[in-house]
Design a protein around this ligand. Structure first.
Ligand code: ATP
Length: 609
């Protein structure tokens, strides 16, 4: 879906920046990250201007209030006159009323800006996740990535809601107060300023520690979330290996580390208001004492002292707020940094300029001297040469780590060959758009992934515009219809994401139905290794025969008796093809395949015996 208006512009700006910020985990400084957050805000200029106007108004009304009080004291109490006093009270009421309204409006509009900003960030981040390579996800903890979409963005949101206004209004109030104070009495202004160096020294000491601690806290939170996600999805394994105690202990350690970084970050932050309060009181006392002395000498009026004592608070409060906001800002910067890290990660290689969609793929696939390695300088698969004609079934056989899945990854273009060519229907696969290739490929994987949703929705995932009837036809062809019908609410049975409340074999049947509905030209089958009862296995075999018909299929086979009928069997060892041929041809060769087949046969006979 095209991204419209403001979001589009932000995305464009971000992308332009990306050209010089490629790669992951770029260490940005605070300023570039703040600038980048600012670019999201700047995109909502009109609202931001309104917020700024309200900030100016509230700061002005905030300054005017004490000024009117001081003026009133000199005008009415010192002279004991009451003429127009009522108008002073009305004026004060209006000033404080307007002050409240402008405060309310600025926060109302700022909430809108903040929510739109994090909405855009979240959308960019999520969209970008789907443009990243499989390699990116293979190398990262999923929970940790999820933490970036949730916690880190939430951090930015909280800060934007409060900090932007605070920072503007603090700066304005600070400058405004200073100007009025100097105008009223430069001498008393100097006295009020005595505490400023103390304040800066204290703040510097505190913020130098909190910045580091907030970053640490965000990192640890991400790590802990990653661990929680991993242990929840791996519950079955944890329980079957009785590893609960170890897992709880590991979690305790991570939780403790998070607690410690959070504790120290909050403790140091907590010092700030105490320090400010102390310095505030000190300033108040000094202004009152020195002001009283000046008044006795007739240098200043009582009204001016009242204004100054009030302004001395108004002067330290924005400084206090600024320093508080600085901490919150640091935590948002830490969060935003982690979000931008992902947004700046290079997308899965984009299609070549001359790449075009290839419709109606027939399924002829040829590997011409293909070599590839996951790591630079390695040798995962090398010199692969083979050809699959349209409609042929090709079985990939070999020991674990031999490179079978890597071949599939190369056909699906999750990775590109370092050397050699992969031809699809005679065309260099790089000249075909990834999307057109993948939409004509189907996958039935060992660990059939079912989404949270009804059985009907899960099958329909193969082709979203399929009718209910077509879904049922596919289920029938996949031998899944009968078991679905036996469920209390049939096709409307809602599956949970993982165990789904149905057996492993039934899950496989559903994923076969999904593939039948998708009707792909090229099919990838990762044969299940888990033990499935014989009846379900027969059903799966039958369903697979149906699915394979008329499509080029690649089968990663573990049980050799299931691939005897494959048109071609390719045996791989250490990333190289060592044997190639039909089942009978390979048996005659008496090589690796022959040995593997006979040993599996013997094992089966022993078990039956
Ligand atoms: N994402 C990856 N990054 C780095 N190395 C990888 C990656 N995936 C696989 N490998 C390595 O590449 C080699 C081939 O792995 P591959 O998964 O293709 O083997 P396989 O034959 O499919 O094994 P199995 O039968 O166990 O699934 C192995 O040494 C593996 O450790």
């Amino acid at each position: 879906m095209p991204i419209r208006g403001g979001e589009g512009r932000v995305l464009k700006k971000q992308k332009e920046r990306k050209t010089d910020q490629k790669g992951n985990n770029t260490a940005r400084g605070i300023v570039p990250t703040v600038k980048r957050i600012w670019s999201y805000l700047a995109d909502q200029r009109r609202l931001l201007i309104l917020v700024l106007l309200m900030v100016v108004a509230s700061s002005a009304f905030g300054l005017l209030g004490p000024f009117l009080i001081g003026w009133g004291i000199d005008e009415y109490f010192a002279t004991e006159s009451t003429d127009g006093f009522i108008w002073l009270l009305v004026g004060l009421g209006v000033v404080y009323g307007m002050h409240s309204i402008s405060l309310w409006l600025q926060s109302y509009w700022m909430i809108g800006i903040a929510q739109k900003t994090v909405y855009t960030m979240r959308k960019q981040l999520f969209t970008h996740f789907h443009k990243l390579s499989i390699d990116f996800f293979n190398k990262r903890q999923h929970g940790e990535l999820m933490s970036r979409v949730t916690n880190d963005i939430e951090n930015v949101s909280v800060t934007l809601n409060s900090s932007v206004i605070q920072i503007f209004s603090s700066v304005l109030t600070l400058v405004g107060t200073l100007v009025v104070m100097i105008w009223l009495s430069p001498l008393l202004t100097l006295v009020t300023m005595i505490i400023v160096p103390l304040m800066f020294m204290g703040m510097k000491w505190i913020t130098s520690r909190t910045g580091r601690l907030y970053k640490e806290q965000q990192r640890r939170l991400g790590e802990m979330n990653g661990y929680i996600e991993e242990t929840i999805s791996g519950q079955k394994i944890i329980k079957s290996f009785s590893q609960e105690t170890k897992v709880i202990e590991e979690f305790r350690k991570k939780n403790k580390q998070l607690k410690e970084s959070g504790y120290w970050a909050q403790t140091f932050t907590g010092f700030i208001p105490k320090l400010m309060n102390m310095l505030n009181n000190l300033s108040f006392t000094i202004v009152a004492a020195v002001g009283g002395y000046f008044a006795l000498r007739g240098y200043v009026s009582i009204g001016t002292i009242v204004i100054f004592t009030e302004y001395s608070r108004q002067f330290t409060r924005p400084l206090n707020d600024l320093s508080n906001q600085f901490n919150t800002l640091l935590s948002a910067v830490a969060g935003a940094d982690r979000v931008f890290d992902i947004i700046d990660t290079e997308e899965e290689a984009v299609d070549e300029k001359e790449a075009a969609p290839l419709h109606n793929i027939k399924g002829k696939i040829e590997f011409k001297d293909v070599s590839f390695s996951y790591e630079k300088g390695g040798d995962t698969v090398s010199d692969l040469k083979f050809k699959a004609e349209p409609g042929q079934s090709v079985a990939l056989v070999g020991p674990t780590g031999a490179g079978k899945s890597t071949i599939i990854n190369l056909i699906s273009r999750f990775y590109e060959p370092d050397e050699g060519l992969i031809l699809i229907d005679g065309y260099d696969s790089k000249k075909i758009t990834r999307e057109s290739l993948r939409t004509q490929m189907g996958f039935v994987l060992q660990d059939s992934f079912l989404f949270q949703g009804s059985i009907r929705e899960n099958i329909r995932y193969g082709r979203l515009d399929a009718t209910d009837e077509e879904v049922e036809q596919a289920a029938k062809a996949a031998n899944a219809h009968s078991f679905i019908q036996r469920l209390p609410v049939g096709y409307d049975t809602v599956l949970s994401q993982d165990d789904a409340g149905i057996s492993q074999g039934q899950k496989q049947l559903l994923s076969i139905a999904r593939a039948i509905l998708a009707d792909p030209s090229i099919l990838i089958l990762d044969e299940a290794t888990s033990s499935i009862d014989t009846i379900t296995e027969l059903k799966i075999q039958e369903a697979l025969q149906h699915l394979l018909k008329g499509r080029t299929s690649f089968i990663i086979a573990h049980r050799l008796n299931t691939i005897k009928s494959a048109d071609q069997i390719i045996v791989i060892e250490n990333g190289q093809i060592i044997e190639k041929g039909s089942h009978d041809e390979l048996l005659v060769q008496e090589g690796f395949y022959h040995n593997l087949y006979t040993s599996q046969l013997e094992k089966k006979m022993l078990m039956n015996y």
